[in-house]
Design a protein around this ligand. Structure first.
Ligand SMILES: [Zn+2]
Length: 265
């Protein structure tokens, strides 16, 4: 016989999924509203009752960019799921003890938040975020790492950049001496085809080649890619422009990261 208590739990239809915390917001006296990116359901927003009162119940599992196994039931008030429990798989201590890594991880989480939808599964995007967090946690900081993440994220969300050839005449990158990137078109044109493009950003062929390499190189060997100051500046400009164009806004955490680098480095 099923007890009333059990019937209530079954009735709530509790599910379990692996998830990364993208955003948190303290709510009321002791609750926390958490946005996750999950393997099974894409983005998921839930409320964890009493999360701030009982530290032991959710120990580190609801912190920004933590990887956790989450138990939840859907259909709460305001479209929020109810977070029934959460066990941390990795708290990523190697990221949290380093300011620059922390700001990069925060930015990756904000990017995934911006490019994902509630209930829309994207297992490859989940794996990408998980892999890059593990990399940041364990390895030395690789210059340009957030650019390589942006390139891969754009591809997995249907916005792969057209930077291997001219958008108009299809001339290959190797044959273009002065490519220009057009954010509104998500790709490059040669000087001949550029004509009256309203907004175009000059970019060296070497920068584009490094971005292409960084978008497909295995993370284990990505430290072999050398990113010069010029490449860093140019790729920040073109990827920042396309992401701002697609999202319709600049991301706060990217500005914080830029400001920190200007002050500290
Ligand atoms: Zn052309």
């Amino acid at each position: 016989m099923v007890s009333d208590e059990w019937r209530a739990v079954i009735g709530r239809n509790v599910q379990k999924t692996r998830a990364v915390v993208l955003r948190t917001l303290d709510y009321g006296e002791s609750d926390r509203i958490v946005t996750f990116f999950t393997t099974d359901l894409g983005k998921l927003k839930g409320i964890a009752k009493g999360a701030r009162r009982s530290k032991r119940r959710f120990a580190n599992a609801l912190e920004l960019f933590s990887l956790s196994n989450v138990l939840f039931s859907r259909g709460g008030r305001g479209g929020l799921s109810l977070i029934e429990g959460a066990d941390v798989v990795s708290h990523h201590p190697g990221i949290r003890e380093d300011l620059e890594k922390t700001l990069i991880a925060t930015y990756l989480a904000e990017l995934v938040d911006g490019f994902s939808a509630e209930g829309k599964k994207n297992a490859e995007l989940f794996r990408l975020l998980e892999d890059f967090l593990v990399f940041l946690d364990r390895e030395a900081l690789q210059p340009g790492i957030e650019r390589f993440f942006e390139m891969r994220l754009l591809k997995l969300t249907g916005y792969d950049l057209h930077i291997r050839s001219c958008l108009t005449c299809r001339k290959q990158l190797d044959e273009i001496s002065e490519p220009a990137f057009i954010p509104a078109d998500g790709g490059i044109r040669c000087r001949t085809c550029l004509k009256n493009a309203t907004t175009a950003l000059s970019v060296a062929p070497g920068t584009l080649k490094t971005l292409i390499a960084g978008s497909q190189t295995d993370l284990q060997v990505i430290s072999r890619l050398v990113v010069s100051d010029r490449m860093a500046k140019e790729s920040r400009a073109i990827l920042g422009a396309i992401i701002e164009h697609l999202l319709g806004k600049a991301l706060k955490s990217l500005k914080v990261l830029d400001d920190m680098r200007k002050t500290v480095l």
